[in-house]
Write a protein that binds this ligand. Structure first.
Ligand SMILES: *[C@@H]1O[C@H](CO)[C@@H](O)[C@H](O)[C@H]1NC(C)=O
Ligand SMILES: *[C@@H]1O[C@H](CO)[C@@H](O)[C@H](O)[C@H]1NC(C)=O
Ligand SMILES: *[C@@H]1O[C@H](CO)[C@@H](O)[C@H](O)[C@H]1NC(C)=O
Length: 189
């Protein structure tokens, strides 16, 4: 701008161009308002340890390691699972799938009371297909309600942040099978 004298035509044109650019940038930013999305899904966590590797059981969470290289059970410190659990609309295992819950959980409390849960919700439903949400936190399973964080997301959920309230709504102690309801609140652009 130093080279442009106030009265010159060129200077006026340059200033106008600058003004238009600023207006466009500001309005594009304004359109991407932060929004809040709430959703509920049920995580179908089927371990069925006595039946591991048997066909037809359809387990979706599998222990892969534990203390001294030996898996004890999910209630023992160090037990590590990999999961690809269905995240469904309803409590029923066969209700409509919203996403796959893909990731790991590891018993991370010396007394066995907390699982460190870290997974991606990889959406498969019509509404959010192609997008993901990242969950992480301490799943203190002996509490009726516990919270984990939503730390990020992709696609429709870029820059997501939020939390999920977890409640175990079905528990089969012998088979170590559980259904956990997630009430999720996320803010994203
Ligand atoms: C496991 O999956 C098979 C094939 O999809 C199905 O026929 C069977 O009913 C399932 N078993 C259970 C216990 O859900
Ligand atoms: C594993 O957990 C069960 C149930 O809490 C307990 O009885 C058992 O002693 C634990 N085993 C080890 C090796 O910590
Ligand atoms: C979670 O959502 C369900 C279904 O909308 C509702 O019945 C339940 O009270 C909610 N739980 C919490 C802890 O907000």
């Amino acid at each position: 701008m130093a080279a442009c004298s106030i009265r010159s035509r060129k200077c006026l044109q340059l200033s106008l161009l600058l003004l238009i650019t600023i207006t466009m940038v500001c309005c594009t930013e304004a359109r991407k308002k932060m929004q809040e999305t709430k959703m509920v899904f049920y995580m179908q966590d089927w371990e069925s340890p006595p039946d591991f590797w048997k066909p037809g059981v359809n387990w979706t969470a599998v222990p892969i390691a534990g203390i001294n290289g030996r898996f004890q059970n999910v209630l023992n410190f160090t037990s590590l699972f990999v999961m690809d659990n269905a995240l469904t609309e309803g409590l029923d295992r066969n209700s409509k799938e919203m996403a796959r819950g893909q990731g790991i959980y590891v018993n991370s409390a010396l007394g066995g009371t907390d699982l460190h849960l870290i997974f991606s919700a990889v959406f498969t439903n019509e509404q959010y297909k192609g997008s993901t949400l990242e969950f992480q936190g301490a799943d203190r399973w002996n509490y009726q309600y516990r919270e984990v964080s939503v730390v990020s997301g992709t696609g429709l959920f870029r820059y997501a942040r939020g939390y999920a309230i977890l409640e175990t709504v079905y528990l089969d102690i012998v088979g170590f099978n559980a259904v956990i309801r997630f009430n999720v609140t996320v803010r994203h652009y």
